[in-house]
Design a protein around this ligand. Sequence first.
Ligand code: NZQ
Ligand code: ZN
Length: 382
Amino acid sequence: MKFNYVNPTQILFGQNQIVGISGQIAPDSKVLVIYGGGSIKRNGVYDQVTSALENHNWVEFSGVEPNPTRETLDKAVELVRSENVDYILAVGGGSVIDGSKYVAASALYDGEGWDIPSGKHQVTQALPIGAILTLPATGSESNMGSVVTNATTQEKLAFLSPFVQPKFAVMDPDVMKTLPERQLVNGVVDAWVHVCEQYITTTNNAYVQDGYAEALLRSLLKLGQDFENRDNDEWRANLMWSANQALNGLIGVGVAQDWATHMIGHELTAAFGVDHARSLAIVQPSLMRNQMATKRAKLEQMGVNVFGLAKGDDLAERTVDAIEAFYQSLEVATTLTDHGLTTEQAVDKIVGQIESHGMVALGEHQAITLTESRQILEAAIQ
Ligand code: NZQ
Ligand code: ZN
C-alpha cells in the first residue's frame, strides 16, 4: 500500500517537562487552558501549568467529563469566541484532549459543532492545540483523532483531522502517580487494543509494522503482568511511551486496519456508560472468535511472537484465550452483565445504534455486517 506519513507533534517526554510549554506557545497568544473534573488541581499539575504560563495571557475552562460531551464543549467554544482565544492548551487524559480538538475546530466553524463528529462538516481549519497528558491510554496527544459524545441523543462519534493534531505534547510520567488503579488498567488495555486493531488483520508482510506492533504488545503485556509493582518510574515511563506509540499513526501506515472493536465498543459506552477501555475488552475476544477465518494467520503470529505459545492447529484459538486471560488477570470483565436490560434487549439496542450510524460493514474486509455484529454481541453480553 502507498502511504504518506508525518507526525508533526513535538514530544516533550520526561520528568519536569511541563515548564517547557512556555517556549512552545507564542508569548502574544491568548490561551484557553481546558481541563477535566479537577484531578490536576489535586496533583500539582495545575500549579505547574499556571507557573509556566506566568508570562502568558490565559483563561481557563474546566469540567470536561470522561467521554466528553458536546453539550459541555459547546460552552468552551463560546468562551473561545468571547475571549478571542487563539491557542488551546489541553491538560488531561484522552477526554480532555479529544474535547479540546472539538473546541479548536468548532470555534472556527460557523455551523453546529456536532456537524463535525457527525460527518456533516469536514474540518478545514482549527485553532492550534498543545497537550499536557495526564493519563496514558488513547494516544490522542499526538494523533488526529477525537471522540465526542452527544448526551442528548446518546451518540458517541469519532472524527479525524490533521488540523486538530496537537502541535506539542508534554508527557511527564510523574503525573501518573495520582491515577487511580482503574485508570491505569484502562490505559494498558486501551493501548493494547489500539495495537491489535492495526495488527490482527490480514497478513501484510510488513516486517517493520509487524515487528514494532509486537514489541509494543510485549511491552504492554509485561506492564500488565507486572501491575503489582507499578509504583516506579520505569513502569510509568514505559506505559506512557507504549500508549503513545500504539496510536500515533506509525504502526498503521501501509497496512490493513480493523477498528471494529472500537466502533462497537463506543456504542456500549454511549448506551451503558462502560469505560472506553472496558468496552473493548468486552467486544474484542468475541469479535476475534467471530472473525477467526480471516484473522487466523495473524493470531497465530501473535501467539508465537507475543505470548510465546507453542505451534499447533488451535494456536489462533489459544491466542484469543490468552488475550482474554490477560484482561481477566487485570480484573477487567470480558462480558457485559451490568446493563439493566435482558440480554436480548441489550443486544437489540446496540445493533440498532450500529445500524443508525451506518456501520454495516466493519473490519478490514468490511465483513462485519449487522449479522456478525449481532453474533459478536450475543457472545459478549450476558
Ligand atoms: O477529569 P479529571 O478530574 O481530570 O479526572 C480524570 C477522569 O475522571 C482522571 N484522570 C486523568 N488524569 C489523572 C486522573 N486522575 C488522577 N490523576 C491523573 N493524573 O481519569 C478519568 C478518565 O479520564 P479520560 O480522559 O476520560 O480517560 P482516557 O484517557 O482513557 O480517555 C478516554 C476517552 O478517549 C477516547 C475514548 O473514547 C474516551 O472518550 N478515545 C480517544 C482516542 C483518540 N483520540 O485517538 C482513541 C481511543 O480509542 C478512544 O476512543
Ligand atoms: Zn481506544
